[in-house]
Ligand binder design. Structure first.
Ligand code: HEC
Length: 274
């Protein structure tokens, strides 16, 4: 009897190990997949007004004082045995490491210079970012004092690999890629609001704004917010009923509070229209 139980246990361990190896290797194939890019030029500027605009946008989009650290020195986003080590790299060094068009491809097309896909940064959500906005953000980063930190490259553990194999999440370059919007829509509240929702909210509320199960609600919930309440949510992170909104609260205070009145109004207008 004991022998039989031992055999069952051994077979079970063997099956688990086999599945682990298959998912690990298959995930590796997906991670290593090569994508093509459309070469695009990015112009940088040293004009103070462009740098100031770039600083505000870098904060709003999450590069500055957000996912990449307070001084864009890089940050470990997730770390754990099953997750691996997901790193948001040092952006102040990225300007020396990559050419401008390589950076454009990473940010808006989700493709690294070696052709592999970005995995954790929401490049697909940034794919509509105008040349004008991207240029301002990169101009700001370009003149920011270089920070001395090297966290290395991300390592993907079994959990993200499993999610990639099952299609729970996809490499950024494999997602439907939109083309950058041409400037000139910002006086149209609806279009400006849509643009902001894509570039700022979609990373957590989903590309279709339908929310992500177990993480965020659909953005339809914003319809319950009057203009003033919505402004308060963006500026302070305070929910309607004074409820603690956790990450939403944090991200509003760190990032969304830099939005202009026009931006908040446009975003509110767009969300009310859906
Ligand atoms: C970094 C992730 C993140 C980003 C980016 C983000 N949100 Fe959220 N948001 C959350 C989370 C998490 C919740 C759920 C909070 C809860 O219910 O505890 C949430 C909840 C909300 C709610 C519901 C509040 C309520 O009354 O329950 C609204 C409205 C909202 N977000 C709007 C936005 C808008 C508009 C944007 C873009 C400007 C945005 N969020 C960007 C994470 C995010």
């Amino acid at each position: 009897m004991l022998k039989w139980i031992n055999r069952c246990l051994l077979s079970l361990v063997a099956v688990v190990l086999l599945l682990f190896t298959i998912f690990y290797a298959w995930g590796g194939v997906i991670i290593g997949q090569i994508y093509s890019v459309e070469p695009r030029k990015v112009l940088l500027s040293s004009r103070p007004d462009v740098i100031t605009r770039g600083e505000r946008l870098a904060q709003l989009y999450g590069c500055f004082r957000g996912c990449h650290g307070d001084d864009m020195e890089g940050a470990v986003f997730f770390e754990g045995w099953a997750i691996g080590k997901i790193i948001a790299p040092n952006l102040t060094r990225a300007m020396d490491v990559y050419s401008r068009s390589e950076l454009e491809a990473i940010i808006r097309q989700g493709v690294r210079p070696d052709g592999s896909s970005i995995i954790a940064m929401p490049s697909a959500d940034f794919s509509t970012m105008t040349d004008h906005d991207l240029s301002a953000v990169l101009s700001f980063i370009n003149q920011y004092p270089e920070q001395d930190q090297d966290l290395g490259r991300s390592r993907y553990g079994i959990f993200p690999r499993f999610m990639l194999v099952t299609g729970e999440f996809n490499p950024e370059a494999a997602k439907p890629r939109k083309t950058p919007w041409a400037s000139g829509f910002k006086d149209n509240q609806l279009r400006y609001g849509e643009y902001l929702a894509m570039n700022v909210c979609a990373e957590c509320h989903g590309a279709d704004h339908e929310g992500i199960e177990g993480f965020t609600p659909p953005l339809q919930i914003a319809k319950a917010y009057s203009k003033d309440d919505f402004n308060k949510l963006m500026m302070t992170g305070a929910g309607l009923d004074g409820r603690d909104l956790g990450l939403m609260n944090e991200v509003a205070q760190r990032r969304f509070s830099v939005m202009t009145e026009t931006e908040v109004e446009s975003l509110h207008f767009f969300l009310q229209s859906r």
